[in-house]
Each structure stands twice: as C-alpha cells, then as structure tokens.
Design a protein around this ligand. Structure first.
Ligand SMILES: Nc1ncnc2c1ncn2[C@@H]1O[C@H](COP(=O)(O)OP(=O)(O)O)[C@@H](O)[C@H]1O
Ligand SMILES: [Mg+2]
Length: 277
C-alpha cells in the first residue's frame, strides 16, 4: 500500500485494574492509505470508539504503535479532526462563528495576520456553501435540527484542512431519512476534499454504503475479525442498497458480527423459548 496515512501496529489497550480489567483492544494491526474511506463496524463494546479515540490521540496506549504521516501519535493533532455523535457546538456562537472558530484558529489567535483571517474566512464561506448551511449561517445551534447541527460540526472539523477525519457514529442520533441525505453529503465532501476518513458505526448498511473497506470488529477482547474490500466504485447512489450484491455482502458481515458477539446464541435461545411456549 503506498502513501500510508495511519498505521496501527500491535496495538493493545486495557481499561481498569485487576478483576475489573477490560481488554478493550487486542493486537490491532491496520494500515489506512491516504484518501481512503474506511469504516469500522461491530457490535457494541467491541472497541470501535476506543480504537478511533486512540488514533485521535484522546486515549493513551502503552503497547503497540500508532503512526500518522509516519509520526508517532502521542496526543491530539490538527491533522486529525474528530466528529462525535453529539454535536459539541458552542451554543452561544452562530453557525458561521462556530465554523470560523475552529480549535486550530483558537490556538493561533494571537499570531494571526490579516491575510490568515481572510483565508480562513474564505474557507469558512466555502464550507458553509458546501454543507448547505448558507440559509442558517446566522442562526444559533439550538435553532437547528440534529442533521443541520451535525453539518456544522463537520464543517468545523474540516476548517483546518485535516488530513484525517475521524468520525464516531456521527449520524447515530438522526432519523433514517436525514441519515441518507448525510451519507450522500459526506461522500460528496470526501471526494471533493480528498481527506482520509475513518468512520465508526454499528450499522452494517451504513458501513458498507460509505466505506471502501469495512473493518469488522469483534468483542472480548476487542479485535479485528476481518476486513472486507467493498467492490463498489466511488459513484454510489441510494439504490445500491437494494442490489443483490450489496445485500449479499451485508449478510456476510452481519453473520460475522452475530457469530463473534454472541448475538447468534441469544437469538437461537430466544427462538427455542418461543417454540416451547
Ligand atoms: N473509559 C472507559 N473505562 C472503562 N472501560 C471502558 C471505557 N471506555 C470503554 N470501555 C470498555 O471497553 C470496551 C470497548 O468499548 P468501546 O470502545 O466504547 O466499544 P464500542 O465503541 O465498539 O461500543 C467495552 O467493554 C467498554 O465497556
Ligand atoms: Mg462506541
């Protein structure tokens, strides 16, 4: 693989101590190429968020290596922007101000020249248009729907032109229709901005529709079960989800998740109980 953006090697991570110790990540190896859209999918508790947050520099790790652009990750960095399920906007700032007031700009506030501010302002305007936020640019977050708030959060994350966008179930709180719109929007943004995206979800359909590769994770300990190369090109439309090929791969992934997470046993027991009743 040429031009590796993120490299994870033999990553192990534990939470807690003694009998409360949780093996959250076990022997994770993963290379993500520049410009790739990778999705991490798996049952709740399999370590998706932990892996993403560790790549983001929000979690410490003792065993293994994480490299971004060939440099060891030892904390958050402007080249890795994160978007979470909760929108985490500043409620007292307008949409436009929220986007302009990116963390990176905040850091450099005292050293900014007027041309820096002009460039940033042009970038913010472009992102407002790209994300379809022009008509709400002067509104406050509380006045917006969840989908619109998440657009603001994504625009703000893109403001500093990150190399990597790390997203943790960013559309998890949205209704199904809004999610479809957001899926096509994020794909459009990704193709235009040419960022690398690592996207966490528990929704197999979402993982498959968005990703070029789907990393299927399994719990106890949190690990990579398998990696699926998605055979669909960059141009994707909602109808793809109805195709037999899409549904065949979706079924395979679901089967892996059910088998590795114990859901299958639960379902079989439930079926036996129902039959017995
Ligand atoms: N801050 C924490 N302290 C203790 N245990 C944690 C913490 N965060 C996550 N865990 C545990 O680590 C495992 C993986 O969690 P997580 O990465 O959140 O999984 P996922 O995002 O796939 O649902 C789970 O068993 C979870 O309970
Ligand atoms: Mg999670």
């Amino acid at each position: 693989m040429n031009d590796i953006k993120i490299r994870v090697r033999q990553l192990d991570k534990y939470y807690g101590k003694d009998e409360r110790r949780v093996h959250a990540l076990a022997g994770i190896n993963l290379d993500i190429a520049a410009g790739e859209f990778v999705t991490l999918v798996g049952a709740s508790g399999c370590g998706k968020s932990t892996l993403l947050r560790t790549i983001g520099g929000l979690e410490e790790y003792a065993d293994g290596d994480i490299l971004c652009n060939g440099r060891m990750v030892d904390g958050p960095g402007a080249e890795r922007a994160m978007v979470f399920q909760s929108y985490s906007l500043y409620p007292w700032l307008t949409v436009s101000e929220n986007i302009r007031f990116s963390r990176r700009l905040q850091h450099n506030r005292d050293n900014l020249t007027s041309s820096d501010v002009e460039i940033a302002s042009g970038r913010a305007d472009a992102l407002i248009r790209l994300m379809g936020l022009s008509h709400v640019a002067a509104s406050y977050p509380a006045e917006l729907s969840g989908g619109m708030q998440q657009r603001v959060a994504i625009a703000r994350a893109l403001m500093g032109r990150p190399d990597v966008l790390l997203m943790d179930e960013p559309f998890g709180a949205l209704d199904a229709q809004t999610r479809e719109v957001m899926h096509d929007l994020i794909r459009h943004v990704y193709l235009l901005e040419k960022t690398t995206v690592v996207f966490v979800t528990h929704d197999v359909e979402e993982a498959l529709y968005l990703g070029q590769r789907v990393v299927v994770m399994a719990p106890r300990p949190g690990r990579i079960d398998s990696i699926v190369d998605v055979p669909f090109g960059t141009e994707r439309e909602q109808d793809l989800k109805l195709s037999p090929e899409f549904n065949q791969i979706k079924r395979q992934i679901l089967e892996r998740i059910r088998e590795t997470s114990g859901i299958k046993t639960d379902l079989e027991q439930l079926a036996r109980l129902t039959r017995a009743a």
